[in-house]
Design a protein around this ligand. Structure first.
Ligand SMILES: NC(=O)C1=CN([C@@H]2O[C@H](COP(=O)(O)OP(=O)(O)OC[C@H]3O[C@@H](n4cnc5c(N)ncnc54)[C@H](O)[C@@H]3O)[C@@H](O)[C@H]2O)C=CC1
Ligand SMILES: CC(C)CC(=O)C(=O)O
Ligand SMILES: [Mg+2]
Length: 357
């Protein structure tokens, strides 16, 4: 089969990790007789430098026309002083919004081979950690009204508004319950309903949706407690459903108990098969250009693309199995390294995964 993939390498480590994911997909294409056509597109800081805007119209158009999108990361210190609307990160927010990719799935899976890289005690980790964070992606505080005003009494004021509609909460809650139905049948909805009005609505709508899923257990948890429980006893979680900002933060926290932020992939989905797939991490300016970044999160994101956008389940599994084998063989990028392991670069990790497909 033929698939048109829009590729946005972006900034920092973006191009390095994307190159490895493309090579992995090409290998899968050859082995299973699919033709993946990659079209590299500009977005982020590199687009600002080249054409003066973080999301050129052409990029958005071609993304809309493609079968799926694979993205590295955008942003970096070079563009940090730009006003919010012009920053590279705005490209990402616009892509998510324009393509209506409201559901961000972030599976936090501790590979058994990485137990030594997990900072938690062995008795806490037990047989492993397997959590799916379902993050609302096109609403909440990242998209609310924002601005500056001045007050005679307080001086300059900056504000960002968090708001959620019933329909936005319903559609993300349904996705979380559907996913939980295929897993351990437990949803933890994370909010701050003891303080925030938007969270009170969130909680009541999630409860309403839960009535349609009688075999799924629903728990509510405040975000502050959830952040602590994730470290104290991560095994209590199956599916976590939460708002845009809480999900952003909690998934970075979840990533480190799987060994490294370089391990966590994501799928951003909407109502069609068009999805955007990207690692959960950013452009990692501190290691950019050094061939040190862990490409596994991006390669696993490519596997999610095969599964969710193209329905190529055995091909996705082949990538995931190859990652497991490489970890078993002891290959580690610097973020995962500990004693007795074979230190490899970004490129070498990609090559080892390809060898194992
Ligand atoms: N999806 C995206 O495009 C995102 C972009 N950003 C942007 O990225 C830039 C840097 O943000 P930071 O807060 O530093 O977060 P970051 O996720 O880029 O990096 C945080 C830490 O994790 C490490 N790290 C990240 N990915 C890694 C990988 N694959 N392998 C090994 N180590 C890795 C970095 O070296 C750094 O020490 C900012 O401009 C930020 O706005 C941040 C998050 C997501
Ligand atoms: C621009 C940010 C919202 C990106 C980010 O941190 C994320 O999606 O995880
Ligand atoms: Mg983030």
């Amino acid at each position: 089969m033929n698939f048109q993939i829009a590729v946005i390498p972006g900034d920092g480590i973006g191009p390095e990790i994307i190159n490895e994911a493309i090579k992995v997909l090409e290998t899968i294409g050859k082995k299973y007789h699919h033709h993946f056509h990659f079209q590299k597109l500009l977005a982020g800081g590199c687009a600002i430098d080249k054409v003066g805007t973080c999301l050129p119209d052409e990029t958005l158009d071609l993304c809309k026309k493609s079968d799926s999108i694979l993205l590295g990361a955008v942003g970096g210190p070079k563009w940090d002083t730009l006003p919010g609307e012009q920053r590279p990160e705005k490209a990402l927010l616009r892509l998510r919004k324009e393509l209506n990719l409201f559901a961000n799935l972030r599976p936090a899976l501790l590979f058994p081979q990485l137990k030594d890289a997990c900072p938690l005690k062995k008795e806490i980790v037990g047989n492993g950690i397997d959590i799916c964070v379902v993050r609302e992606l096109t609403g909440g505080i990242y998209f609310g009204e924002k601005g500056r005003k001045s007050s005679d009494i307080m001086g300059e004021i900056a504000y960002d508004v968090e708001s959620y509609s019933v329909s936005e909460i319903k559609r993300i809650a349904k996705i979380a319950f559907e996913i939980a139905g295929k897993r351990k049948k437990k949803v933890t909805s994370v909010d701050k309903a003891n303080v925030l009005e938007s969270s009170k609505l969130w909680r009541s709508v999630v409860e309403e949706i839960a009535n349609d899923y009688p075999d799924i257990t629903l728990h509510h948890m405040y975000i502050d407690n959830a952040s602590m429980q994730l470290i104290r006893d991560p095994k209590q979680f199956d599916v976590i459903v939460t708002s845009n900002m809480f999900g952003d933060i909690l998934s970075d926290e979840a990533s480190i108990i799987t060994g490294s932020i370089g391990m966590l992939p994501s799928a951003s989905l909407g109502n069609s098969t068009l999805g955007m797939y990207e690692p959960i991490h950013g452009s990692a300016p501190d290691i950019a250009g050094k061939n040190k970044a862990n490409p596994i999160a991006t390669i696993l994101s490519a596997a999610m693309m095969l599964r969710y956008s193209f329905n190529l389940n055995k091909e996705a599994q082949a990538i995931e199995d190859a990652v497991t084998k490489v970890l078993k063989q002891g290959y580690r990028t610097p973020d995962l390294i500990h004693t007795e392991m074979q230190l490899v670069s970004t490129k070498e990790m990609g090559e080892q995964i390809i060898k194992n497909i």
